[in-house]
Design a protein around this ligand. Structure first.
Ligand code: ZN
Length: 238
């Protein structure tokens, strides 16, 4: 089982770990603990390096399967089971993803609070992302207004807090029920929540900045109709 260090400390960028499984065929190793985000919820996985025996190898992909997080390197340069590795995350990429992910939650919070529109999905790259909403009344004139409101939330310097709650406790929180927490599989006993204090609360597995001011600035770059009701909003952070 891999301990998921990124769930409680999104600022951890270097850590020591021990190899608990080797999959030579696929050129990947599982560690006992990791700060590498394995991807999910629209946030791509981290990249970085593993250093062992004096050699640093690139991590080209990270994926979670069951209780293990696999780090893909090269079939030719894998550490052995039980070996210690020093692990470093590509921090520029990860921090850009944290700022982008938090920016998308600001957008969700503003669009729900001021327009009553529910989010249905989203995706991101470092520095840019998109969200889909059930937002029938979205018009071009609203785009500038939404952007200004998002930047007000950045200027308000709201704290962003992560908690891990027992499932039953999470199911009592009305804001979480709105974001379709009830779709979580039965087997999940704990729910991780990300709260932008005073703006937004969601069940979420991603990595976020600690305060909205770290996002910098949100630019709404485009929007698209995906039908009468479904609309897609594109943003960049700068
Ligand atoms: Zn999210």
């Amino acid at each position: 089982m891999t301990q998921l260090l990124y769930q409680t400390d999104s600022y951890l960028r270097e850590f020591e770990a021990t190899v608990v499984a080797v999959d030579a065929e696929n050129g990947r190793v599982a560690l006992d603990r990791t700060a590498f985000y394995p991807g999910g919820g629209g946030q791509p996985c981290d990249l970085g390096t593993l250093t062992f025996g004096g050699v640093a190898v690139a991590v080209s992909k990270v994926a979670k399967e069951g209780n293990l997080v696999w780090h893909y390197t090269s079939p030719l340069s894998l550490p052995g089971e039980g070996q210690g590795v020093r692990s470093t995350i590509d921090w520029d990429r990860r921090y850009a993803l944290m700022r982008t992910h938090s920016a998308l939650h600001i957008l969700c919070g503003v669009v729900w609070r001021d327009y009553g529109a529910l989010v249905t999905g989203g995706n991101m790259d470092p520095g840019a992302g998109r969200m889909d909403f059930e937002f029938e009344t979205l018009r071009g004139e609203l785009v500038g207004e939404i952007e200004a409101k998002c930047n007000q939330e950045i200027a308000a310097a709201r704290d962003i807090r992560v908690r891990i709650l027992p499932r039953q406790e999470a199911f009592q929180i009305p804001d979480l029920i709105r974001t379709k927490i009830n779709l979580l599989p039965e087997g999940i006993r704990e729910v991780r929540t990300v709260e932008i204090v005073g703006l937004d609360l969601q069940a979420d597995g991603g990595t976020h900045v600690a305060n909205t001011r770290e996002v910098g600035r949100i630019h709404v770059t485009d929007y698209k109709s995906k039908g009468a009701i479904n609309k897609r909003i594109y943003i960049e952070v700068g």
